[in-house]
Design a protein around this ligand. Structure first.
Ligand SMILES: *Cc1c(COP(=O)(O)O)cnc(C)c1O
Length: 372
């Protein structure tokens, strides 16, 4: 019950076990790959060109920065979470000039505040932001923020690795130039793939570069004409792609997918609060993960260890500035089911009692009441 990698459905494991073709040479695989990308695009509401790249979620973030950044380019890095801040490293690595705008980690950025900032300074080639920042569970309103950036002629790179398929994402309405996803979060495929959707404006910026893209593996232009040329820049991980296709079809076949995430997340927040725990965020709660403070006098690691040793349930701590401070329960993708959440909350209540915390209301019971 961690915030990714999440539990994988049997249908996805089965798809990954099927006999495979030669993905470089078989025209049928190019069709299968294109249809898989189109299904992905359909589910995130975009007409933009979509690709599935052979590499974990981080590859998408790095590929976006590698493909857009030229030496000296000013890039606005919107930092209201740990992944938000992390984009500055990719920008610097490709010799861009990141301007990190550090904000409150407990509340999302508002479009008004963004507009005020851009009034004073908007000389940026592109901006980076995170849809759903998994270490804190913060959800940024990308559908309101990205159009403001576009008004100022700034391209947008959005990390929606945990956002997509757990919370609403309409890429075309949000006018996002490059959006990145990962296989192992709310899509519930195993780790190993990143999915990206790239706008015409983003492709134009890559073609307009004065210097070449300083990467091969992270160069999005190498995929631009794969179908016309019937050529992939590297051999596609065919079993992984058969798995993600099934995972996408599972989401497509479930009209309640997002509604269930929202309901489970809301019930979890209420249940934990009534149990006497304190949530990390003040507002802007993502539906993928619930993050609460480690109760005073307790160690995060003791909570995690007891959960695994006594109850065989893995939840997560955190890293970077939140290391040791918070605990995270991931309820996205296949983890977003009532049965597993009830087991997890029962085990958490027992664990906390055992470690000396006075649980005020039974969180599993409260959760069930809110799910009715
Ligand atoms: C999981 C995740 C990624 C991918 O990072 P890994 O730590 O390699 O899994 C990127 N961005 C966000 C917001 C994520 O949640």
């Amino acid at each position: 019950m961690t915030p990714g990698p999440t539990q994988v459905a049997d249908s996805v494991y089965h798809a990954r076990s099927l006999r495979t073709t030669n993905p470089d040479l078989d025209p049928a695989f190019y069709d299968f790959y294109r249809d898989t990308c189109r299904l992905f695009g359909h589910l995130i509401h975009t007409e933009n060109e979509c690709f599935v790249l052979g590499g974990e979620g981080i590859l998408g973030l790095e590929a976006a920065c590698a493909s857009l950044t030229e030496p000296g380019d000013r890039v606005l890095v919107i930092d209201n979470g740990i992944f938000g801040k992390g984009f500055a490293d990719f920008v610097s690595m490709y010799q861009g000039n990141p301007v990190t705008w550090s904000l409150d980690y407990h509340n999302p950025l508002s479009p008004e505040k963004l507009r005020d900032y851009l009034e004073k300074d908007h000389d940026f080639k592109y901006a980076t932001l995170v849809h759903s920042d998994t270490p804190s569970g913060l959800l940024n309103p990308v559908e309101k923020l990205c159009p403001v950036l576009k008004e100022y002629g700034i391209l947008t790179v959005v990390d929606s690795v945990t956002g997509m398929f757990a919370d609403e994402l309409d890429v075309d309405a949000a006018q996002i130039d490059i959006v990145c996803g990962g296989s192992q979060k709310a899509l519930s495929a195993p780790p190993g793939l990143t999915m990206v959707a790239v706008s015409q404006d983003a492709f134009a910026a890559m073609h307009d570069r004065k210097t070449p893209i300083r990467s091969f593996y992270a160069n999005l232009l190498t995929f631009e004409n794969y179908y016309k040329d019937q050529w992939f820049p590297y051999t596609m991980p065919v079993s992984d792609i058969m798995g993600i296709r099934q995972a996408l079809e599972n989401v497509a076949a479930d009209p309640e997918h997002l509604k269930r995430h929202a309901k489970i997340a809301a019930a979890t927040r209420k249940a934990l609060t009534e149990a006497g725990l304190t949530l990390y965020l003040e507002s802007g709660f993502a539906s993928s993960v619930t993050v609460f403070y480690v109760p005073e006098g307790m160690k995060a690691q003791d909570i995690l260890d007891t959960m695994v040793e006594k109850h065989h349930i893995m939840i997560a701590g955190c890293f970077d500035v939140l290391a040791g401070k918070v605990i995270r329960i991931g309820h996205m993708g296949n983890n977003a089911n009532e049965t597993d959440m009830i087991e997890t909350l029962k085990a958490l209540a027992q664990t906390l009692r055992e470690l000396g915390f006075e649980v005020q209301a039974d969180p599993a019971e409260r959760f069930q009441a809110y799910m009715k």
